[in-house]
Design a protein around this ligand. Structure first.
Ligand SMILES: [Zn+2]
Length: 63
């Protein structure tokens, strides 16, 4: 049985990190794969994903 409190595996570095320390990233690949959702550790998010994405704020909404 899987438990929600189990650690997640970072989708980038493969490190096992506590769930609380993960960032849920939605990555649009612009290919037939579509959207990948993955959990990554905070360090990888900052290093790999942070520069790629604007932080998603509610202030910018498409009509
Ligand atoms: Zn990582």
């Amino acid at each position: 049985m899987r438990c929600r409190t189990m650690p997640e595996t970072c989708g980038i570095c493969g490190e096992t990190v506590p769930f609380d320390a993960t960032v849920h990233a939605m990555i649009h690949t612009h290919s037939e794969t579509g959207v990948i959702d993955a959990y990554v550790c905070q360090d990888c998010y900052d290093e790999q994903l942070g520069p790629m994405f604007e932080r998603v704020d509610t202030q910018e909404q498409s009509p």
